[in-house]
Design a protein around this ligand. Structure first.
Ligand code: BES
Ligand code: MN
Ligand code: ZN
Length: 499
């Protein structure tokens, strides 16, 4: 998609469609008010917009739309009114919803181009982030997964969107669009990687994609194979992949945007390419969705793509431990005890709690990069979905400062997390009679005990863990990867690069 900033006269532009906002007057009323651009069009058409609105077909609620033709005195072929909610109350979430609704109409009408004049209507909120939402909304509407369908991917007509703004916002809006495009590219990459089936997207496949990114995005990539893992005594990670014929990979991708000696941000993503549960096998229903158990890893790929395309002045190391979790003669058995790279022994009481087993060795491996902070991202527990549903990712951290950075970043771009505790009293639930730690902590607080398990391996770090089990993909008919938490991670990185 091509975005072009436009500063000229709105009602003189020869456009396929001009998108302008209208407000809802109040919570209860059905009356609407015009935003400044809608008002200009109303004046140019001698009040035609007001006449149409009087018929009551649109109430200005967020994302409501009305497409108009033959507006007098305009060079544009169409006007699309889009509801922005109540004036001065438009949040990032509302704005994106409105932008998504608008782009949907443009795509449904098969328009090749359009112009938007909706960025004037947000009071004095951050134009960078709102402009970014236009690019992200466009991605959200136009993304199609087609990798494993036959025939040609349906062509998309919409190719250019003009963005009308007041001159004083030009730099901020350009920056937002550029960032939004980098995030859209990252989201496309992350979603497609996640949507690919387990028989294609294996640990080796992920490793190959990382090697590709070395060339296309200038990342420094290295891949540890199982022999290397043996050398590093990654007994926990190796135990998970032993039950599968696909060899495990530990993928390391480095982005260097700051001076050499600047300590990196480490992003560690669970890359479990298919989780059948192992010997503690999962029930059959919806098991296909366990191809998404690599979404944390996919979000690390995405974050590195966005960071490198934005040339963020930061150093980042992305680490993706990748394996399958299948039942097999060599698979982990309940009661088995393995020794992690850190030296801690782990009693595997449930082979389906495998994410923490591959992550703990990756966290230990991260030490060699002397990271300033470590953030791991994982579809770690069904219990997190019980706790938070599909709205917020679970956030766990041993650092209030790091936790707040992530919370604030997620809030800013409407990709939110909610913090949960990692108290010592929960860690006690992981006591084992036979090893240093058990890999499960009983029925209560499953998302918390999983995080506490990881925390045991992150004591040397300022560390945070994002459980994205409920947010990384949608089930049912809209089944598909969401790309979360790429927007949060990228905003977190952007803010870090500023300070
Ligand atoms: N990948 C799953 C977690 C998961 C389940 C994410 C469903 C999204 C939807 C993870 O490996 C797992 O199986 N966790 C177990 C842990 C339990 C055995 C303590 C779970 O959540 O049931
Ligand atoms: Mn599992
Ligand atoms: Zn899993």
């Amino acid at each position: 998609m091509n975005f072009k900033i436009k500063l000229g006269n709105l009602f003189k532009t020869k456009s396929e469609c001009i998108v302008v906002g209208i407000y809802k007057k109040s919570e209860k009323s059905k009356d609407v008010e015009l935003t400044p651009p809608a008002n200009r069009i109303n004046e140019a058409s001698s009040g035609q917009i007001h006449q149409i609105l009087a018929r009551g077909d649109i109430d200005g609620s967020i994302g409501s739309t009305l497409l108009l033709y033959d507006i007098r005195g305009l060079s544009a072929k169409r006007i699309l009114l889009v509801g922005m909610g109540i004036q001065n109350e438009t949040t990032v979430q509302d704005f994106r919803k409105a932008a998504v609704a608008a782009v949907k109409v443009l795509v449904d009408r098969n328009l090749a181009s359009a112009d938007m004049a909706i960025l004037d209507d947000i009071g004095d909120q951050d134009r960078v982030i709102f402009a970014q939402q236009i690019a992200e909304a466009t991605h959200q509407v136009t993304y199609r997964y087609w990798e494993t369908k036959s025939g040609e991917k349906p062509a998309m007509q919409l190719a250019q969107i003009g963005v009308f703004i007041n001159r004083k916002y030009k730099d901020a809006v350009q920056k937002g669009i550029d960032q939004g495009l980098a995030i859209a590219n990252a989201l496309t990459y992350t979603k497609t990687l996640a949507n690919l089936p387990g028989n294609i997207c294996t640990p080796s496949y992920l490793a190959d994609r990382a090697r590709e990114l070395a060339k296309s995005h200038g990342l420094k990539v290295s891949v540890l194979d199982e022999k290397d893992m043996e050398k590093h005594k990654m007994g926990s990670l190796l135990s998970v992949s032993r039950g599968s014929v696909e060899p495990a990979k530990l993928i390391v991708m480095e982005y260097k945007g700051a001076e050499k000696n600047k300590r990196p941000v480490a992003l560690i993503g669970k890359g479990l390419t298919f989780d059948a549960g192992g010997i503690s096998i999962k029930p059959a229903s919806a098991m296909d969705e366990m191809k998404y158990d690599m979404c944390g890893g996919a979000s690390v790929f995405g974050a590195l793509i966005a960071a490198s395309e934005m040339k963020l002045p930061l150093n980042i190391v992305g680490i993706v431990p990748s394996s399958e979790n299948l039942p097999d003669g060599a698979a982990n058995k309940p009661g088995d005890i393995v020794t992690s790279m850190l030296g801690k022994t782990i009693e595997i009481l449930n082979t389906d709690a495998e994410g923490r087993l591959i992550l703990c060795d990756a966290i230990t491996y991260a030490k060699r990069y002397k990271p300033e902070v470590v953030v791991d991202i994982a579809t770690l527990t069904g219990a997190c979905i019980i706790a938070l549903g599909h709205h917020a990712s679970g956030l766990f951290s041993n650092s209030d400062e790091l936790a707040n950075e992530l919370l604030v970043a997620g809030e800013a771009v409407d990709d939110r997390a909610w913090r949960m505790p990692v108290w010592e009293s929960y860690t006690k639930q992981l006591k084992s009679n036979f090893a240093d730690l058990a890999n499960i902590g009983g029925r209560g607080a499953g998302a918390v005990t999983a995080a506490c398990f990881l925390q045991e391996f992150a004591k040397d770090f300022s560390w945070a863990h994002l459980d994205v089990a409920g947010t990384a993909w949608s089930s049912g008919s809209p089944k598909g990867a969401t790309g979360r938490p790429v927007p949060m991670l990228v905003e977190f990185l952007i803010r870090r690069s500023r300070s």
